[in-house]
Design a protein around this ligand. Structure first.
Ligand code: FES
Length: 94
């Protein structure tokens, strides 16, 4: 049974480990660009925390003493929460 890290993009831990190993990826931003991890409809709210927990296993070092810039944590893009499009239409028509 596959162990999903990113449910939105259906990316498993095996997918991530394979790409890191084969392409020598060393940060989360590159991983995001390569696999689309954290680019699903939840904006990474689920998988970023899981990736940070897996960080020592994936990259061989603890993220504890690094800043978010040093970790290259993907930033959530708006809309942060799923939004009903009718809300935007109401704002436009007012
Ligand atoms: S679980 Fe990864 S983007 Fe939603």
């Amino acid at each position: 049974m596959p162990k999903f890290v990113c449910l939105c993009e259906e990316i498993t831990i095996e997918d991530i480990e394979k790409v890191i190993r084969e392409e020598k990826i060393s940060d989360l931003e590159t991983l995001k660009r390569r696999l689309r991890v954290s680019m699903g409809h939840c904006g990474g709210r689920y998988c970023i925390n899981l990736l940070l927990k897996l960080y020592p296993k994936l990259f061989g070092e603890s993220p504890r003493y690094k800043t978010s810039e040093e970790l290259h944590i993907p930033k959530p893009r708006p809309p942060v929460k799923p939004t009903i499009l009718a809300k935007f239409l109401d704002e436009v028509s007012e």
